[in-house]
Design a protein around this ligand. Sequence first.
Ligand SMILES: Nc1ncnc2c1ncn2[C@@H]1O[C@H](COP(=O)(O)OP(=O)(O)O)[C@@H](O)[C@H]1O
Ligand SMILES: [Mg+2]
Length: 253
Amino acid sequence: MARRTKIYEGKAKILYEGPEPGTIVQYFKDDATAFNAQKKDVIEGKGVLNNRLSEFFMTGLNQIGVPTHFIKRLNMREQLVRQCEIIPLEVIVRNFAAGSMAKRLGIEEGLQLPRPIVEYCYKDDKLGDPLVTEEHIAAFGWASQQDMDDILSLALRVNDFLSGVMMAVGIKLVDFKIEIGRVYDGDFQRLIIADEISPDSCRLWDIETGQKLDKDVFRRDLGSLTDAYTEVARRLGVMPKSSTPISKPTLIN
Ligand SMILES: Nc1ncnc2c1ncn2[C@@H]1O[C@H](COP(=O)(O)OP(=O)(O)O)[C@@H](O)[C@H]1O
Ligand SMILES: [Mg+2]
């Protein structure tokens, strides 16, 4: 196969030109970063798991009519997605207090919020993705009022879907982050869920034990990240073939 043209290399993924205009190939690396890339490591197998898990969540969202960029998985580490103009916001939905919000407001981690709270951060690594309000978003023209209405309803639909899927396998969806992209269909523009949905971008706690099954395992040195992500994949029935246990040889009489 011809060598693909690299469009962008980020912290966790590489984007290549896709086979048709308007498509791109997303390659999931094993690199893990936290605290705006101050902490870095290579976690073997993470890319394979996130490729599968993002496929699983995006496919489910597509099926319930929440549009996403996902087209199809190509192999263990790559998926074909629809190219879009990324809105420079990290859209965060929180169901329980944790991480930066718990810190910022002096709330104990794990406290259930009175209702899901949606926050926006301006996507800029150099600035450390600062929290912004809808006022900043409108004033700087990052998204229109109509976009903001659509983003809010998309974010809440993703939250309901993911919370339910996780609850069914004994996992609490504490919070998550999504990125949203703009696509054009003729004269119309619409917004779709882009980037990835994986344990890199969610906080997932075991309902019974409170055990963390997401990137906090890496951020806070709580053990094996691959084990945590494999556990999420196992519960959801999303297991990469290579890691399914090989059955013992049976004797043939
Ligand atoms: N469908 C898409 N079209 C265009 N860009 C995308 C799409 N999905 C994700 N992206 C962008 O591709 C990059 C993915 O690589 P990643 O390693 O996550 O980058 P970063 O270090 O910037 O977070 C992100 O910048 C993300 O905004
Ligand atoms: Mg990213």
